[in-house]
Design a protein around this ligand. Structure first.
Ligand SMILES: Nc1ncnc2c1ncn2[C@@H]1O[C@H](COP(=O)(O)OP(=O)(O)OP(=O)(O)O)[C@@H](O)[C@H]1O
Ligand SMILES: CC(C)(CO)[C@@H](O)C(=O)[O-]
Ligand code: BAL
Length: 308
């Protein structure tokens, strides 16, 4: 496994892999690797003959009051895990290599960047989009694998690649969880034992709310009940919201189909993120547009052109 810290060496190594006929798949990470990351490495292997993992704690995606300085780091442990996972190349640039003095270009993605993590962490997705663009350029990877764990990030990266015609395939990989249902996350290492014992309740409450909604309950009351239960055990929920899976727009009340439930909640000073699919059933439409279609217009129904 080659461990590379400067750009010239990276270019030489990727050119060597390509000369040997290998396509390259990249797994971008911020290190402190766990089983979730290693499953991305295994997924990457299915898409290319050579696998690169980047480890770079990207200051550009952290706000001034966020946990950049406390972000967990474990270089020796990470390299050992990547060797065990059969990774071919590790790209570990320093901040100076990634952002040399004078660097002044950033990438701003609209659409799915707005709201949720974009609202809670202003500038976060600018940092993610900028570093991902650089990582794709630096490695020339044919594919990059991202975890569904950061669902909004995955949609932002897909938007970035589509809008800028980048010749790279973005692969999403399902969230890997501990046995008690908590999604693996590097920041879990910062939970106290008491917080760690409570942490799986986030996923449990999300599942409860989803099964209520899939059973026909209206989303907002189901989500309100989940928020209240989470508060009751010590979480500070930031958002618990049903959205369109790709655009991140709010789910249209009453619409059937495949939605995504997004959650962020604080436990102590650790912010946990999670998301899950929710299949909303037909037959409990309450949206003004659908009810106008389904029933004869009443006095307050807005006029609609006839269908077809
Ligand atoms: N439990 C998981 N299952 C699958 N993929 C994951 C999981 N956790 C993280 N990833 C993915 O790994 C990649 C690198 O993420 P990152 O290094 O930020 O890890 P993280 O554990 O999510 O850390 P953080 O605690 O900062 O959220 C991202 O694509 C992320 O979605
Ligand atoms: C994609 C990423 C490596 C960019 O810094 C980061 O946001 C992450 O680890 O999810
Ligand atoms: N996994 C998303 C990286 C971050 O929290 O900054």
């Amino acid at each position: 496994m080659q461990v590379i810290r400067d750009l010239a060496a990276l270019r030489a190594a990727t050119a060597g892999l390509r000369a040997n006929g290998h396509r390259l798949a990249l797994v971008p990470t911020m290190g402190a690797l766990h089983r979730g990351h290693l499953s991305l490495v295994a997924e990457a292997r299915r898409h290319a003959g050579a696998v690169a993992t980047s480890i770079f704690v990207n200051p550009l995606q952290f706000g001034p009051n966020e946990d950049l300085a406390r972000y967990p780091r474990d270089e020796a442990g990470d390299l050992e895990k990547l060797r065990g996972a059969g990774c071919d190349l590790v790209w570990m640039p320093t901040v100076e290599v990634m952002y040399p003095p004078g660097a002044a270009t950033v990438i701003e993605v609209g659409g799915p960047s707005e709201g949720f993590e974009g609202a809670a962490r202003p500038g976060h997705f600018r940092g993610v989009a900028t570093v991902c663009t650089k990582l794709f350029q630096q490695t020339g990877a044919d594919a990059a694998v991202f975890g569904e764990k950061d669902w909004q990030q995955l949609q932002v990266v897909r938007r970035l690649v589509a809008d800028l015609d980048m010749p790279i395939r973005i692969v999403g990989h399902p969230t890997i969880r501990e046995e008690d249902g908590l999604a693996f996350s590097s920041r879990n290492a910062r939970l106290s034992p008491e917080e760690r014992a409570l942490a799986p309740l986030l996923a449990r409450e999300m599942r409860e709310a989803i099964s209520a909604m899939e059973g026909g309950a209206a989303p907002e009351p189901a989500l309100d009940a989940a928020r209240a239960r989470l508060r009751g055990v010590g979480f500070v929920p930031d958002y618990l919201a049903l959205v369109e899976p790709e655009t991140m727009r709010s789910w249209r009340e009453g619409a059937p189909g495949e939605a995504r439930l997004l959650a962020a909640a604080r436990l102590g000073d650790v912010r946990l993120l999670d998301n899950m699919p929710a299949r909303l059933p037909e037959g409990r439409t309450s949206a003004p547009e659908s009810s106008a279609l389904a029933s004869p217009p009443g006095p307050s129904a807005s006029p609609r052109p006839p269908a077809g």
